[in-house]
Design a binder for this molecule. Structure first.
Ligand code: PAF
Length: 286
């Protein structure tokens, strides 16, 4: 069945209220559109676990910096609608900018200090304030039981988990493993900025992570040496420029010195390849 397309908050509230009266749980996948198989996976998981599935498509201006890609971020509603339909969404919420920000800038924002200021946050100041604020606003509209986010945006899902815990927001956050192209590249809406040569070069992120995982499986215990493995691999690709290569505690993102101490570790990468800024991550073997 084709999903309902809702533009106003009143339309969303009405459909969600009807679903709740039918006794259905509400699963929610917030997106910025330009949907790909990674998003489809989130919707499919919501479909499998919830009675009523909402997807929102909103390119949120407050999470883009002044020199970032807000205006050229791909807007592909027709293909997004098909992906939502194929993956089992019941309702697509496509608000206008004025619906989410009716009076321009807000007076209230959600900040998750610490976690928001490192890694992505140090390169994109204000980004996570924009993400956390819009997600909380969207939660207020959809009032879901469960919300689904991709592991590819590892720091984002940690921040949103912290937000719902700290603010007693009654939404369960589910993190879904990254979906990859057959050559390992993590699915991302920004992959479409890559030309064919850059697309080949972009494999270097997942290759670097695979090398790091192999080293740790073979007994490497120094986080610094793993950072070096990651950085060297990215630097070996002439079309890529490294922004960060970190090995951190998977729950707190605190940089680690030693692996194998019982703390789960995550390797996180950001690099520019041509016009695209790409991120990827992998949980390292124990
Ligand atoms: O991950 C995204 O696409 C965005 O950051 C989100 C969660 C939809 C908030 O705008």
């Amino acid at each position: 069945m084709s999903p309902i397309v809702a533009v106003t908050i009143a339309e969303v509230s009405k459909s969600v209220a009807q679903a709740k009266r039918r006794g259905q749980s509400v699963g929610y996948v917030p997106t910025m559109g330009a949907l790909h198989r990674g998003h489809a996976r989130l919707v499919e998981q919501a479909r499998g676990e919830c009675g009523f599935v909402v997807v929102s498509i909103f390119v949120n201006p407050t999470q883009f910096g002044p020199n970032e890609d807000y205006s050229r971020y791909p807007r592909t509603f027709e293909s997004d609608r098909e992906i939502c339909q194929e993956s089992g969404a019941d309702l697509i919420f496509v608000p206008e900018r004025e619906t989410i920000y009716p009076a321009g800038p807000l007076s209230t924002y959600v900040e998750v200090p610490g976690l928001s200021d490192i890694l992505e946050g140090s390169i994109r100041p204000g980004h996570f304030r924009g993400v956390a604020t819009v997600v909380l606003k969207l939660f207020g509209v959809v009032i879901p039981d469960t919300a689904y986010f991709g592991q590819k945006d590892y720091q984002q899902q940690l921040i949103l988990r912290r937000m719902v815990t700290d603010l007693n927001v009654p939404v369960e956050i589910v993190t879904v493993p990254t979906v990859r192209e057959s050559d390992g590249l993590a699915m991302s809406s920004r992959n479409r900025y890559l030309n064919p040569e850059e697309r080949v070069a972009a494999r270097v992120l997942s290759q670097a992570l695979a090398e790091a995982e192999t080293a740790v499986s073979a007994g490497e215990r120094s986080a610094d040496r793993v950072r070096q493995i990651l950085a060297r691999r990215i630097e070996s690709e002439p079309l890529a420029s490294l922004e960060y290569a970190e090995v951190a505690d998977a729950a707190t993102l605190e940089p680690l010195r030693d692996l194998g101490t019982g703390r789960r570790a995550v390797a996180l990468l950001a690099a520019r390849v041509g016009p695209a800024r790409l991120i990827d991550n992998a949980i390292l073997p124990n």
